[in-house]
Ligand binder design. Sequence first.
Ligand code: G3P
Length: 217
Amino acid sequence: MKFFIDTANLAQIKEANDLGILDGVTTNPTLMAKEGIKGYEAITNHYKTICEMVDGPVSAEVLGIEFEGIIEEGKKLAAIHKNIVVKVPMIKDGIKAIKWFTDNGIRTNCTLVFSAGQAILAAKAGATFVSPFIGRIDDGSWDGVQLVEQIVNIYNTQGFMTEVLAASIRNPLHIVRCAEAGADVCTCPLSSILGLLKHPLTDLGLAQFLNDAKSMQ
Ligand code: G3P
């Protein structure tokens, strides 16, 4: 399973990248706005900086919701850097645009996916990645990981090449369960990635080893 970081924060991207386990980055308008990025030039420069930091796919989301606008924006985003993947919402014009991007050699990430039916449409249109939103499904008392499992099964049965990118990850257990479910990619906040490190027995064991090591000096 590939690890992407789900943020537009450069310090967090650097911290995850320095671990040596980062395969890519996903952003969305909320995450970009959180960093105070405003205006076309600033947005373009920020994506370029991220692409130069991480050697892997970097999802940049279109803001338009109509076919022509999505295509115009997507073409500009894709021209910023070879790492850019155009993120397109799961709407009718979005599916049309994904098909257009696929036919024109531009990689896409179909976002805001909450059902297996939506994931089938995204795959039919040729999306490179499909992003089911795990945490937001859990927020409604359904099971987000179950959807990942269902999409993985359908894609395997049907031979779809679209990669299942588990998004809206909220904790380390989500990452473990998505790995079990066969997700191709998990995009996570830095806190969830670092949470995977934690175990009290590791801390206790290390404290004992360090203490015993003193008697060997
Ligand atoms: O990649 C989509 C993700 O950023 C959404 O996460 O926590 O806002 O549901 P969240």
